[in-house]
Design a protein around this ligand. Structure first.
Ligand code: COA
Length: 271
Protein backbone atom coordinates (compact mmCIF):
# COMPACT_ATOMS: atom_id res chain seq x y z
CA UNK A 1 0.00 0.00 0.00
CA UNK A 2 1.65 3.29 -1.07
CA UNK A 3 1.94 5.99 1.61
CA UNK A 4 0.07 9.26 1.09
CA UNK A 5 3.06 11.10 -0.36
CA UNK A 6 3.77 8.36 -2.90
CA UNK A 7 0.09 8.18 -3.80
CA UNK A 8 -0.02 11.93 -4.51
CA UNK A 9 3.03 11.66 -6.77
CA UNK A 10 1.22 9.00 -8.81
CA UNK A 11 -1.79 11.22 -9.58
CA UNK A 12 -1.63 12.40 -13.17
CA UNK A 13 -4.86 14.09 -14.25
CA UNK A 14 -3.71 14.38 -17.86
CA UNK A 15 -2.98 10.67 -18.17
CA UNK A 16 -6.17 9.74 -16.26
CA UNK A 17 -8.23 11.78 -18.68
CA UNK A 18 -6.52 10.17 -21.68
CA UNK A 19 -7.27 6.70 -20.30
CA UNK A 20 -10.94 7.49 -19.83
CA UNK A 21 -11.13 9.06 -23.32
CA UNK A 22 -9.45 5.95 -24.76
CA UNK A 23 -12.01 3.61 -23.16
CA UNK A 24 -14.85 5.70 -24.54
CA UNK A 25 -13.26 5.84 -28.00
CA UNK A 26 -13.08 2.03 -28.14
CA UNK A 27 -16.68 1.73 -27.00
CA UNK A 28 -17.71 4.16 -29.76
CA UNK A 29 -15.52 2.62 -32.47
CA UNK A 30 -14.43 -0.96 -31.71
CA UNK A 31 -12.36 -1.08 -34.92
CA UNK A 32 -9.89 1.29 -33.23
CA UNK A 33 -9.45 -1.14 -30.31
CA UNK A 34 -6.07 -2.47 -31.47
CA UNK A 35 -4.61 0.99 -32.11
CA UNK A 36 -5.89 2.45 -28.85
CA UNK A 37 -4.86 -0.52 -26.74
CA UNK A 38 -1.33 -0.65 -28.15
CA UNK A 39 -0.88 3.16 -28.11
CA UNK A 40 -2.54 4.07 -24.81
CA UNK A 41 -4.19 1.44 -22.62
CA UNK A 42 -1.20 -0.89 -22.71
CA UNK A 43 1.00 1.78 -21.05
CA UNK A 44 1.43 2.91 -17.45
CA UNK A 45 2.16 6.58 -18.13
CA UNK A 46 2.07 9.29 -20.78
CA UNK A 47 5.85 9.00 -21.07
CA UNK A 48 5.64 5.28 -21.88
CA UNK A 49 2.84 5.89 -24.37
CA UNK A 50 4.84 8.67 -26.08
CA UNK A 51 7.98 6.54 -26.24
CA UNK A 52 5.92 3.83 -27.97
CA UNK A 53 4.11 6.19 -30.36
CA UNK A 54 7.16 8.27 -31.35
CA UNK A 55 9.39 5.24 -31.89
CA UNK A 56 6.71 3.46 -33.94
CA UNK A 57 6.39 6.53 -36.16
CA UNK A 58 10.14 7.12 -36.61
CA UNK A 59 11.24 3.50 -37.07
CA UNK A 60 12.60 2.50 -40.46
CA UNK A 61 14.86 -0.13 -42.01
CA UNK A 62 17.77 2.00 -40.76
CA UNK A 63 16.81 2.06 -37.09
CA UNK A 64 14.40 -0.27 -35.36
CA UNK A 65 11.46 0.70 -33.21
CA UNK A 66 13.11 -1.13 -30.32
CA UNK A 67 16.27 1.01 -30.40
CA UNK A 68 14.27 4.22 -30.76
CA UNK A 69 12.10 3.18 -27.84
CA UNK A 70 15.16 2.59 -25.66
CA UNK A 71 16.35 6.09 -26.53
CA UNK A 72 12.95 7.62 -25.76
CA UNK A 73 12.50 5.68 -22.51
CA UNK A 74 16.00 6.84 -21.50
CA UNK A 75 15.13 10.46 -22.22
CA UNK A 76 11.88 10.42 -20.25
CA UNK A 77 13.49 8.55 -17.34
CA UNK A 78 16.44 10.92 -16.97
CA UNK A 79 14.79 14.26 -17.76
CA UNK A 80 11.35 14.71 -16.12
CA UNK A 81 11.05 18.09 -17.87
CA UNK A 82 10.31 16.18 -21.10
CA UNK A 83 7.17 14.65 -19.61
CA UNK A 84 6.10 17.97 -18.07
CA UNK A 85 6.52 19.72 -21.42
CA UNK A 86 4.61 16.93 -23.20
CA UNK A 87 1.68 17.50 -20.83
CA UNK A 88 1.82 21.28 -21.27
CA UNK A 89 1.87 20.86 -25.07
CA UNK A 90 -1.08 18.48 -24.94
CA UNK A 91 -3.16 20.87 -22.85
CA UNK A 92 -2.09 23.74 -25.14
CA UNK A 93 -3.44 21.95 -28.20
CA UNK A 94 -6.71 21.12 -26.43
CA UNK A 95 -7.09 24.72 -25.24
CA UNK A 96 -6.19 26.45 -28.49
CA UNK A 97 -7.09 24.24 -31.45
CA UNK A 98 -10.83 24.48 -32.11
CA UNK A 99 -10.60 21.12 -33.90
CA UNK A 100 -9.28 19.38 -30.77
CA UNK A 101 -11.90 18.13 -28.33
CA UNK A 102 -9.99 15.46 -26.39
CA UNK A 103 -6.42 15.04 -25.09
CA UNK A 104 -6.31 11.73 -26.91
CA UNK A 105 -6.46 13.37 -30.35
CA UNK A 106 -2.98 14.98 -30.47
CA UNK A 107 -1.41 11.85 -29.00
CA UNK A 108 -2.96 9.59 -31.63
CA UNK A 109 -3.54 11.75 -34.68
CA UNK A 110 -1.88 15.23 -34.68
CA UNK A 111 1.50 15.25 -36.34
CA UNK A 112 2.39 18.70 -34.98
CA UNK A 113 2.15 17.40 -31.42
CA UNK A 114 3.94 14.13 -32.20
CA UNK A 115 6.73 15.94 -34.06
CA UNK A 116 7.31 18.35 -31.16
CA UNK A 117 7.63 15.42 -28.73
CA UNK A 118 10.07 13.68 -31.10
CA UNK A 119 12.02 16.94 -31.44
CA UNK A 120 12.21 17.24 -27.64
CA UNK A 121 13.86 13.81 -27.48
CA UNK A 122 16.30 14.87 -30.21
CA UNK A 123 17.09 18.06 -28.27
CA UNK A 124 17.70 15.97 -25.15
CA UNK A 125 20.24 13.91 -27.15
CA UNK A 126 21.79 17.13 -28.48
CA UNK A 127 22.26 18.46 -24.94
CA UNK A 128 24.04 15.22 -24.06
CA UNK A 129 26.48 15.76 -26.94
CA UNK A 130 24.98 12.82 -28.88
CA UNK A 131 24.79 14.93 -32.01
CA UNK A 132 24.77 12.21 -34.66
CA UNK A 133 21.80 10.46 -33.07
CA UNK A 134 20.07 13.85 -32.73
CA UNK A 135 20.66 14.58 -36.43
CA UNK A 136 19.29 11.14 -37.28
CA UNK A 137 16.09 11.94 -35.36
CA UNK A 138 15.87 15.34 -37.08
CA UNK A 139 16.03 13.59 -40.47
CA UNK A 140 13.35 11.05 -39.56
CA UNK A 141 11.05 13.72 -38.04
CA UNK A 142 11.39 15.69 -41.26
CA UNK A 143 10.73 12.63 -43.44
CA UNK A 144 7.78 11.39 -41.41
CA UNK A 145 6.05 14.59 -40.27
CA UNK A 146 7.28 17.22 -42.76
CA UNK A 147 8.65 19.36 -39.93
CA UNK A 148 12.34 20.25 -39.86
CA UNK A 149 13.51 21.48 -36.46
CA UNK A 150 17.24 21.53 -35.76
CA UNK A 151 17.87 19.59 -32.53
CA UNK A 152 19.87 22.52 -31.16
CA UNK A 153 16.83 24.84 -31.26
CA UNK A 154 15.21 25.60 -27.90
CA UNK A 155 11.44 25.35 -27.46
CA UNK A 156 9.58 26.27 -24.29
CA UNK A 157 6.50 24.53 -22.90
CA UNK A 158 2.93 24.75 -24.10
CA UNK A 159 3.85 24.81 -27.79
CA UNK A 160 1.14 24.26 -30.37
CA UNK A 161 2.00 23.73 -34.05
CA UNK A 162 -1.31 23.51 -35.88
CA UNK A 163 -1.63 21.61 -39.19
CA UNK A 164 2.14 21.47 -39.09
CA UNK A 165 3.11 21.02 -42.73
CA UNK A 166 6.40 22.51 -43.71
CA UNK A 167 7.68 24.01 -40.46
CA UNK A 168 11.38 24.96 -40.42
CA UNK A 169 13.13 26.06 -37.20
CA UNK A 170 16.87 26.74 -37.27
CA UNK A 171 19.64 25.76 -34.90
CA UNK A 172 19.93 28.93 -32.83
CA UNK A 173 16.21 29.73 -32.70
CA UNK A 174 14.63 30.12 -29.28
CA UNK A 175 10.87 29.80 -28.84
CA UNK A 176 9.30 30.88 -25.53
CA UNK A 177 6.49 29.29 -23.56
CA UNK A 178 2.90 29.16 -24.84
CA UNK A 179 3.76 29.95 -28.45
CA UNK A 180 1.33 28.93 -31.21
CA UNK A 181 2.25 28.61 -34.85
CA UNK A 182 0.31 27.58 -37.91
CA UNK A 183 1.64 25.65 -40.90
CA UNK A 184 4.49 26.75 -43.20
CA UNK A 185 6.24 28.91 -40.62
CA UNK A 186 10.00 29.45 -40.96
CA UNK A 187 12.20 30.64 -38.10
CA UNK A 188 15.31 30.92 -40.19
CA UNK A 189 18.49 32.82 -40.94
CA UNK A 190 18.86 35.60 -43.47
CA UNK A 191 21.98 33.99 -44.90
CA UNK A 192 23.92 37.10 -43.82
CA UNK A 193 24.75 36.08 -40.25
CA UNK A 194 26.86 33.29 -38.80
CA UNK A 195 26.65 31.48 -35.47
CA UNK A 196 23.70 32.95 -33.50
CA UNK A 197 21.58 33.66 -36.58
CA UNK A 198 17.97 32.67 -35.86
CA UNK A 199 14.98 34.45 -34.26
CA UNK A 200 14.17 34.62 -30.57
CA UNK A 201 10.42 34.35 -30.06
CA UNK A 202 8.92 35.64 -26.81
CA UNK A 203 6.29 33.93 -24.66
CA UNK A 204 2.71 33.83 -25.88
CA UNK A 205 3.47 34.80 -29.50
CA UNK A 206 1.10 33.73 -32.28
CA UNK A 207 2.75 33.13 -35.67
CA UNK A 208 0.29 32.94 -38.57
CA UNK A 209 0.41 30.49 -41.45
CA UNK A 210 3.27 30.96 -43.89
CA UNK A 211 5.03 33.64 -41.83
CA UNK A 212 8.81 33.84 -42.23
CA UNK A 213 10.77 35.26 -39.32
CA UNK A 214 14.35 35.71 -40.39
CA UNK A 215 17.59 36.64 -38.65
CA UNK A 216 18.70 36.99 -35.05
CA UNK A 217 15.78 39.26 -34.14
CA UNK A 218 13.60 39.44 -31.06
CA UNK A 219 9.84 39.10 -31.21
CA UNK A 220 8.33 40.57 -28.05
CA UNK A 221 6.02 38.54 -25.89
CA UNK A 222 2.35 38.21 -26.81
CA UNK A 223 2.83 39.64 -30.29
CA UNK A 224 0.86 38.44 -33.34
CA UNK A 225 2.56 37.85 -36.68
CA UNK A 226 0.04 37.89 -39.53
CA UNK A 227 -0.19 35.07 -42.03
CA UNK A 228 2.29 35.37 -44.89
CA UNK A 229 4.42 38.07 -43.24
CA UNK A 230 8.17 38.30 -43.63
CA UNK A 231 9.57 39.67 -40.37
CA UNK A 232 13.11 41.06 -40.60
CA UNK A 233 13.33 43.39 -37.59
CA UNK A 234 12.71 43.26 -33.85
CA UNK A 235 9.05 43.55 -32.85
CA UNK A 236 8.04 45.05 -29.47
CA UNK A 237 5.72 43.10 -27.16
CA UNK A 238 1.96 42.92 -27.73
CA UNK A 239 1.87 44.27 -31.29
CA UNK A 240 0.37 42.91 -34.48
CA UNK A 241 2.69 42.91 -37.48
CA UNK A 242 1.81 42.13 -41.09
CA UNK A 243 3.13 42.33 -44.62
CA UNK A 244 6.34 41.93 -46.58
CA UNK A 245 8.43 43.25 -44.99
CA UNK A 246 6.32 43.17 -41.83
CA UNK A 247 5.21 46.46 -40.26
CA UNK A 248 3.28 47.12 -37.06
CA UNK A 249 -0.40 47.31 -37.99
CA UNK A 250 -1.87 47.44 -34.47
CA UNK A 251 -1.91 46.17 -30.94
CA UNK A 252 -2.17 42.45 -30.27
CA UNK A 253 -5.44 43.19 -28.55
CA UNK A 254 -5.07 40.66 -25.75
CA UNK A 255 -2.48 39.55 -23.25
CA UNK A 256 -1.92 36.12 -24.73
CA UNK A 257 -2.91 35.90 -28.41
CA UNK A 258 -1.23 32.52 -28.81
CA UNK A 259 -3.33 31.11 -26.00
CA UNK A 260 -6.64 32.61 -27.03
CA UNK A 261 -5.77 32.06 -30.73
CA UNK A 262 -7.13 35.56 -31.21
CA UNK A 263 -6.68 35.74 -34.94
CA UNK A 264 -10.22 35.06 -36.07
CA UNK A 265 -9.32 31.48 -36.88
CA UNK A 266 -12.50 29.81 -38.06
CA UNK A 267 -13.61 26.70 -36.28
CA UNK A 268 -12.97 23.49 -38.23
CA UNK A 269 -16.72 22.97 -38.51
CA UNK A 270 -16.85 26.19 -40.56
CA UNK A 271 -14.74 24.53 -43.29
C1 COA B 1 -3.11 39.71 -38.41
C2 COA B 1 -4.36 38.99 -37.99
C3 COA B 1 -4.09 38.26 -36.67
C4 COA B 1 -5.51 39.95 -37.83
O1 COA B 1 -5.21 40.95 -36.85
P1 COA B 1 -6.16 42.24 -36.67
O2 COA B 1 -5.63 43.06 -35.57
O3 COA B 1 -7.55 41.77 -36.59
O4 COA B 1 -5.84 42.99 -37.99
P2 COA B 1 -6.86 43.62 -39.04
O5 COA B 1 -7.60 42.52 -39.71
O6 COA B 1 -7.63 44.70 -38.37
O7 COA B 1 -5.85 44.23 -40.06
C5 COA B 1 -4.98 45.30 -39.76
C6 COA B 1 -4.24 45.66 -41.02
O8 COA B 1 -3.34 44.59 -41.34
C7 COA B 1 -3.65 44.05 -42.63
N1 COA B 1 -3.46 42.60 -42.56
C8 COA B 1 -4.10 41.70 -41.77
N2 COA B 1 -3.63 40.48 -41.99
C9 COA B 1 -2.69 40.61 -42.94
C10 COA B 1 -1.84 39.68 -43.60
N3 COA B 1 -1.87 38.37 -43.29
N4 COA B 1 -0.96 40.15 -44.51
C11 COA B 1 -0.91 41.46 -44.81
N5 COA B 1 -1.69 42.40 -44.22
C12 COA B 1 -2.56 41.95 -43.31
C13 COA B 1 -5.08 44.45 -42.89
O9 COA B 1 -5.35 44.51 -44.26
C14 COA B 1 -5.16 45.80 -42.23
O10 COA B 1 -4.56 46.74 -43.06
P3 COA B 1 -5.21 48.24 -43.21
O11 COA B 1 -5.12 48.84 -41.83
O12 COA B 1 -4.33 48.90 -44.22
O13 COA B 1 -6.61 48.02 -43.65
C15 COA B 1 -4.85 37.98 -39.08
O14 COA B 1 -5.07 38.71 -40.27
C16 COA B 1 -3.87 36.84 -39.36
O15 COA B 1 -3.02 36.92 -40.24
N6 COA B 1 -4.04 35.71 -38.59
C17 COA B 1 -3.31 34.47 -38.82
C18 COA B 1 -4.31 33.53 -39.43
C19 COA B 1 -3.75 32.21 -39.88
O16 COA B 1 -2.57 31.95 -39.90
N7 COA B 1 -4.69 31.35 -40.27
C20 COA B 1 -4.35 30.03 -40.74
C21 COA B 1 -5.51 29.14 -40.48
S1 COA B 1 -5.18 27.53 -41.08
Amino acid sequence: MPDAKEHVSQIDPVWSQIISEARKAIADEPLLGGLIHSSILHHKSLEKALAYRVSLKLASGEMSEQILREIADGGYATDPWLGDAARADLVAVLDRDPACHRLLQPLLYFKGYQAVQAFRLGHWLWQQGRHDLAYFLQMRISEVFGIDIHPGARLGRGIMIDHAHSIVIGETAVVGDNVSMLHSVTLGGTGKEDDDRHPKIGDGVLIGAGAKVLGNIHIGHCTRIAAGSVVLEDVPPMKTVAGVPARIVGEAGCDQPAVSMNHLLRRSSDG
